[in-house]
Design a protein around this ligand. Sequence first.
Ligand SMILES: Cc1cc2nc3c(=O)[nH]c(=O)nc-3n(C[C@H](O)[C@H](O)[C@H](O)COP(=O)(O)O)c2cc1C
Length: 329
Amino acid sequence: MNFFLKIFKLLPPELAHSFSLNSLNILYKLKVLELLFNKIEHDEKITFLGMEFNNRLGTAAGLDKNGDYIDSLGALGFGFLEVGTVTPLPQFGNTKPRIFRNYSENSIVNRLGFNNKGVDYLVSNLKKRKYKGILGINIGANKNSDGDERINDYIVCLQKVIQYADYITINISSPNTPNLRDLHNSENLSLLINALNESVKDLGIIKPIFLKISPDESQETMNNIIDNIKNSCFSGIIATNTTIDKSNIKNKKIKSIEGGLSGEPLMDKSTEKLSYIRSISGDMPLIGVGGILSKKDFDRKINAGASLVQVYTGFILKGPSLINEILTS
Ligand SMILES: Cc1cc2nc3c(=O)[nH]c(=O)nc-3n(C[C@H](O)[C@H](O)[C@H](O)COP(=O)(O)O)c2cc1C
């Protein structure tokens, strides 16, 4: 895998991303992943919200936006996968370059802007998947949808994906879709919750639904969110998405880039948010994400109140050895 990591570092970030994941797909088809990763004994089965997980470590949204790599990522030993964010219509996202790696500080800044092939394409992949593990589907709104249209986008996606999902994530926290984070505000969130409650009732399918939140919200907003989602169709919270706060970044060039920061510099902030939510939410189910690069980081999320943990940047920077490190040490 070192070979892939070396090539990965030489290529422009987006090309490196698709090159690595396409290589993973080839290794999966050649049954190499099965040989390499099935030997790892790290199952620590848990039942969470009625779902059975082989272990507590999963992929965070964005790694496989369109569900193109479900079987191969599933073969690496993750306890669950989350695909998306997907929107009703396909969209290109922001202009390139839009991913910036900062190796010296174990971080990435991205401003992709929900580039994805649309919900119908994702559904076609969901129908083909062989992966039998737990699968979360993360849904969002198209950039050009406004007001009610934006809320309707979540409903359209929910209706199309719910039957293929073990759980659903409602993503209101990408910093790269203009005004999306306004959905954290009480009034907007209530409108979204009412529409989702209604839709879930009509669909008659009960699946856990998580709200994925931003790490940049005030305590007051967090308090309101917890009040709002109690007694709603939401089961819990995923904390957190990327941050727009780059104050603890040393690299001046990266500091000045617009977008969401992930990886090591996000760890403290996202874990503080997670702990705070645990302290005010009683036993609400929580998934922790943000800044995990080691087993120690993973344990911090669990100790802060997460039942499950997701990785993105750490996996990009360290490769599958991170899964091994977390699950076997
Ligand atoms: C390149 C990139 C793309 C991402 N795309 C999404 C996305 O589509 N939806 C989402 O909810 N989060 C997305 N995220 C956020 C991650 O899921 C995760 O919440 C965040 O990166 C913090 O975790 P990490 O420090 O392990 O990367 C993305 C992150 C990165 C780096």
